[in-house]
Write a protein that binds this ligand. Structure first.
Ligand SMILES: Nc1ncnc2c1ncn2[C@@H]1O[C@H](COP(=O)(O)OP(=O)(O)OP(=O)(O)O)[C@@H](O)[C@H]1O
Ligand SMILES: [Mg+2]
Length: 440
């Protein structure tokens, strides 16, 4: 190129360093001419490994996002069906002689449906669309409370050590999700270590500076709690490492792994505004590190309320749900417990029902065709300011309406839920005088 007097631009070519490692390079060449004669040239080389890495990360993020949207949609429909299945089975059980063949079969249905609900929860976790129950908690306490369960999970030939920092590590997290994260990482470590090795769970703290490479992933600088899970197992090569967070990626045989473990972990960590890193070498073992933002300190002890038997209810309830199976379940569960129930399938029908009757509580789906639950509630509340509300949803998407209720803290039940959960929440709401929360 330089010889014929023109310049050139090459976008991406792989060069080799002295030690043989490859670097992607972009370069420009410009000829220098005097009196039409070529007397030299300038070639500028730019190391673009950083840019190439960011491009790869973006592509990966987009791929995960796409799968998440798809899976989130399926999970929504699934949750509707499971609500009907679990609820229907529960009601049927009340009508059948305990210990009979029929009762046993129905217990089987409930067990299977509950397992399906767990699976749906996992899918929602990696698509980062589930509703979390966030509390302030001490990371060390959480780890400690899990160790017994984890010990039972891993085999005898694995040495298990837990090293907790003496510092109090306050974070805001969903304890159940945190447990899921530890569980998945520990099971992976166990699977990577046959025959035997050492599993180490460690907590610590780190200050991330503006210049730290973590900031690339949008982590604000500040104080973070770190939890690391290390094993001395078989480790991973680069190829495996680059795909581990993809849903359904597994190197395990059929029936041994679904490939959902780490994508769940990734989703949960991201939903907690955290970050996860992996260090691994074939034959040397693997360390996962999770960084979670720290909060100052835990304000007051949050004692768990004792579960009391649910008393029979009285009052008028309006049920609004477009899915017939779920509507039927809500109606019969509430009616069986003594409430008087009117149930309708859409917002406009609900408004019509309210014209003639004053209700104590409205139980409404969030996402319905035509008019959303929150929109409906706003419309009715002008005429019935004392109306209490409970929203239910199996819809995981960050839909505007779902975010609205979460923002103003309206009572909410995530599908699938059981009849007893529904009745407990209903009872609690009926006891309260003013409607909880404020309309958006
Ligand atoms: N600690 C580890 N050591 C070595 N390889 C690991 C480790 N953790 C994960 N991997 C690799 O990452 C893959 C994906 O892990 P992930 O937990 O997502 O799915 P899985 O364990 O295969 O199946 P599942 O967790 O759904 O039962 C594993 O199949 C394995 O190849
Ligand atoms: Mg796994």
């Amino acid at each position: 190129m330089l010889n014929d007097g023109r310049g050139s631009h090459t976008v991406n070519e792989t060069f080799r360093k002295k030690d043989g490692t490859a670097i992607p390079v972009e370069y420009w060449s410009h000829p220098i001419q005097r009196d039409g004669e070529l007397v030299g040239g300038v070639v500028t080389f730019l190391d673009i490994s950083q840019r190439a890495m960011l491009e790869r990360q973006l592509l990966q993020a987009q791929k995960l996002e796409g799968i998440g949207v798809l899976a989130g949609g399926i999970a929504h429909d699934f949750n509707n069906l499971l609500t009907a299945i679990i609820g229907g089975a529960e009601i049927a059980l009340n009508d059948i002689a305990p210990g009979s063949k029929g009762a046993k079969a129905i217990h089987g249905v409930m067990d299977a449906a509950t397992r399906a609900a767990d699976l749906t929860r996992q899918i929602l976790a990696f698509s980062r669309k589930q509703v979390l129950s966030i509390k302030e908690l001490n990371l060390n306490d959480e780890v400690l409370s899990q160790t017994k369960m984890l010990r039972r999970l891993i085999s005898e030939d694995i040495k298990f050590q837990v090293k907790l920092t003496p510092e109090e590590l306050c974070i805001k997290a969903d304890a159940g999700q945190l447990q899921q994260v530890l569980l998945n990482l520990a099971v992976n470590a166990r699977d990577a270590m046959s025959p035997g090795g050492t599993l180490t769970i460690e907590t610590g703290t780190v200050m991330l500076q503006r210049s730290d490479r973590w900031l690339e992933e949008g982590m604000p600088p500040g104080r973070y709690a770190v939890i690391s899970v290390s094993d001395t197992g078989m480790g991973m090569d680069e190829d495996t490492k680059s795909r581990i967070f993809e849903p359904f990626f597994t190197t395990k045989g059929p029936g041994e792994g679904t490939g959902l473990g780490l994508s769940t972990v990734h989703g949960v960590v991201k939903q907690h505004q955290g970050s996860i890193s992996v260090y691994s070498e074939p034959g040397k073992g693997t360390t996962f590190r999770i960084y979670l933002p720290r909060v100052e300190r835990i304000e007051a002890a949050q004692a768990a309320p004792e579960a009391a038997p649910i008393p029979r209810g009285k009052g008028k309830i309006l049920v609004v749900e477009d899915e017939k199976a779920v509507r039927d379940f809500l109606e019969s569960a509430l009616q069986d417990n003594g409430y008087s129930v009117t149930s309708v399938g859409s917002g406009p029908e609900a408004i019509e029902a309210c014209a003639g009757t004053t209700f104590d509580l409205m139980v409404s789906d969030v996402v319905m065709p035509g008019m959303s639950g929150p929109q409906l509630y706003q419309a009715i509340r002008e005429r019935q300011p004392k109306l209490r509300v409970m929203f239910i949803s199996g819809y995981p998407a960050k839909s505007v309406s779902l975010q609205d209720i979460l923002e103003w803290d309206a009572p909410f039940l995530a599908k699938p839920f059981s009849a007893s959960t529904l009745l407990a929440k209903t009872h609690e709401l009926m006891q309260s005088t003013a409607p909880a929360g404020h309309a958006p």
